[in-house]
Design a protein around this ligand. Structure first.
Ligand code: GDP
Length: 624
């Protein structure tokens, strides 16, 4: 009985792995991590033939140097597994011959999960053979012994390389079959070999980025493509999501392409850095405002009156004389300010509210000579905007997660929002960040509504595993059409039993007016009482932001059936990279919910996740 088998690249990517038991040891105590670090990197003495022992585990490995691969088998050292060396060699041969073309194409990540079936066939055959050998302990005839063969070998130079019983091997007839040839024959006999031997290398090249090279029904290998899991084509048109983009995201759709992405596509740049305590946090988003705006100087101000030709701020410049401000003075200016904010994508209700409160606070106040009214208005607006954007509740998810960990339970986060806003993409980015912090993550596929949603998450889980070898990220899914509340519940119990630290619950995208789906969401929340309900909203959204958030919260309240219903308690602002300085959605969303923006999505790779920079948003909103 094995514990785990793995194929790693020398660069550290896990190409394929199968666990037969859960190895609880993590980090340096994990036998594979330890093998890589102690033996392969630090080159501490260890002989592959003898293997490497880590605590109760025995680790055997072999290289396929020409392909830069390492094949590893881990099992309990108390077990005397006579077939391990043969298994390791056959495992290598089988994998290399099965994925000959993919392994030579290092430009993209390929899919190797179909290998599991082949490996299991091989393992079962060797185990059965081993059991039979053990049973047949009857004394052997001299002709069957190694000594007899050695005698023969000594007599005949032609058979000198044959060192084991290979009477069934056809190559023996010619004499001189190598161990490798015999293994190839054995694989062939198991239906695992190449159909026509070495000629297979001239076979059809598998298309890039697809999932290919499955064995066909009779177990033999050919290069015919199997149904592919594919990634949605990106449908950005000039920075705006095109109509029907959700449809094109359907991973089960035969039109969809590119499920497997290269590591470079998956990881753009660094997400952040480690704190002194060793925690990994996302960096703050770039500051978009110029220095002059940052230090509060308004470059558009001058003492000399100008015409209003230059828009909002030049209009304000006309009012620099000392006077007591009246509503009549302020109303037209505040109308311009409102327009300015709406141009920055602030929802009109929010702009109205802010302008109204500034009007109230400035009416009756004195405006000193040579004091710009524009500057005064900005000075009044700035703290209000800052206050709205500044989180009132903790944004330290890690602290909360560790506290749940200490209580021995998984921390649960539910992602909600309308269709196509980036829920699953940003859930995956958060998962990447959690994996960076060595947390074990279970992703619960609770969008049982949109076809392809589960497959889309499966691709993310596979990609995350590939860019994070050695980490624990799993998908929990129960297919389509089932009750998402029940699936989330089962996922949470599974996570609790399996020692997961975090459960990320993906839910179906829904329009805020879709009552049946909103009821289902409220049920999911009431049933599972997640630690956080995160609303994923697009930075592109204008007035809709308020409507969406208000109605999501209203539905959670109306359909919960409990006296103290849960509400959205955090926001991920997605697609921030597509909006330039039109940062108004950040303000609208925090204003509407009173809840913080936990992260800002800044692109389509797993590292495109940032912390919000309040100062930058304030400056962008007030800049020209
Ligand atoms: P869902 O339906 O809400 O789960 O949305 P998806 O996660 O499938 O995302 C929809 C599209 O938005 C995909 O093409 C994503 O790559 C894209 N997307 C998600 N987040 C971002 C982001 O922060 N920036 C950009 N530019 N695109 C994003």
């Amino acid at each position: 009985m094995l514990d785990t088998v793995t194929v790693l690249t020398k660069g550290g990517h896990v190409l394929w792995s199968k666990a037969y038991s859960t190895i609880t040891a993590s980090g340096q105590n994990n036998p594979i991590d330890s093998l890589v670090r102690r033996v392969l990197i630090e080159e501490l003495a260890s002989n592959p033939a003898e293997g490497y022992t880590k605590d109760s585990y025995q680790v055997k490995w072999t290289f396929a140097n020409e392909l830069g691969l390492i094949f590893v088998i881990v099992y309990q050292k108390i077990l005397q597994l006579a077939y391990i060396d043969e298994l390791l060699e056959a495992f290598k041969r089988l994998f290399c011959s099965s994925y000959e073309f993919q392994l030579k194409d290092a430009t993209v990540l390929h899919e190797y999960s179909a290998f599991e079936e082949k490996f299991d066939t091989l393992l079962t055959a060797l185990e059965v053979e081993d059991t039979q050998k053990q049973k047949v302990k009857a004394p052997r005839r001299f002709q069957d012994t190694k000594a007899f063969k050695n005698t023969l070998a000594a007599q005949s130079p032609e058979t000198s390389s044959a060192t084991s019983d290979a009477s069934s091997s056809p190559t023996d007839a010619k004499g001189g079959a190598s161990e490798g040839d015999k293994l190839d024959d054995k694989l062939k006999a198991l239906g695992l070999g190449r159909r026509d031997g070495k000629k297979a290398s001239g076979g059809r090249r598998t298309p890039k980025r697809g999932i290919t090279s499955a064995s066909n029904s009779n177990g033999s290998l050919d290069a015919s493509p199997r149904p592919e899991l594919k990634k949605a084509p990106r449908t950005w048109v000039g920075g705006m999501a095109s109509e029907g983009s959700t449809e094109s995201l359907d991973y089960s759709d035969s039109k969809a392409e590119d499920a497997v992405m290269s590591s470079q596509e998956l990881i753009g740049s660094h997400m952040g850095s480690r704190t002194k305590e060793g925690l990994y946090d996302a960096a703050e988003m770039d500051d978009r405002a110029s220095d002059s705006e940052e230090d509060g100087e308004d470059t558009s101000i001058s003492a000399a009156p100008t015409t209003s030709r230059g828009g909002l701020f030049s209009f304000f410049q006309n009012l620099t004389a000392a006077k007591t401000l009246t509503r009549e003075d302020l109303d037209p200016m505040m109308a311009k300010m409102r327009e300015h904010m709406i141009n920055k994508n602030v929802a009109s209700d929010v702009a109205d509210h802010l302008c109204q409160s500034v009007t109230e606070s400035l009416t009756g106040s004195k405006l000193g000579k040579f004091t710009s009214l524009m500057k005064t208005i900005k000075q009044n607006l700035e703290p209000s905007i800052r206050k709205i954007l500044t989180p009132r509740t903790s944004t330290d998810l890690l602290r909360d997660i560790f506290s749940a960990q200490n209580s021995g339970r998984p921390y649960t986060i539910t992602f909600v929002g309308v269709n196509g806003v980036g829920k699953s993409t940003n859930l995956s980015k958060i998962c990447f960040w959690l994996l960076q912090n060595n947390l074990k993550v279970l992703i619960a596929a609770c969008d049982t509504f949109r076809s392809g949603a589960v497959e889309q998450l499966r691709v993310h889980v596979r990609n995350l595993g590939a860019v994070h070898p050695g980490s624990t990220v799993e998908l929990f899914d129960r297919g389509y059409g089932k009750d998402p509340a029940g699936i989330a519940k089962d996922a949470i119990s599974y996570a609790a039993n399996g020692g997961f630290d975090v459960v990320l619950i993906d839910t179906a995208g829904r329009m805020q007016d879709n009552e049946p789906l909103m009821r289902a969401l409220a049920k999911l929340v009431t049933t599972n009482n997640p630690d956080k309900i995160i609303f994923v909203g697009e930075a592109l959204v204008g007035n809709e932001a308020v409507d969406q958030l208000t109605k999501f919260n209203q539905a959670l309240k109306d359909f919960s059936g409990v006296r103290e219903p849960r509400q959205i308690d955090g926001i991920v602002l997605s697609k921030f990279d597509t909006i330039d300085d039109k940062v108004g959605a950040a303000l609208s969303m925090t204003y509407t919910t009173g809840q913080p923006i936990l992260f800002v999505g800044t692109g389509q790779t797993y590292t495109d996740l940032r912390r919000m920079n309040v100062k930058s948003i304030v400056n962008s909103l007030l800049a020209k």
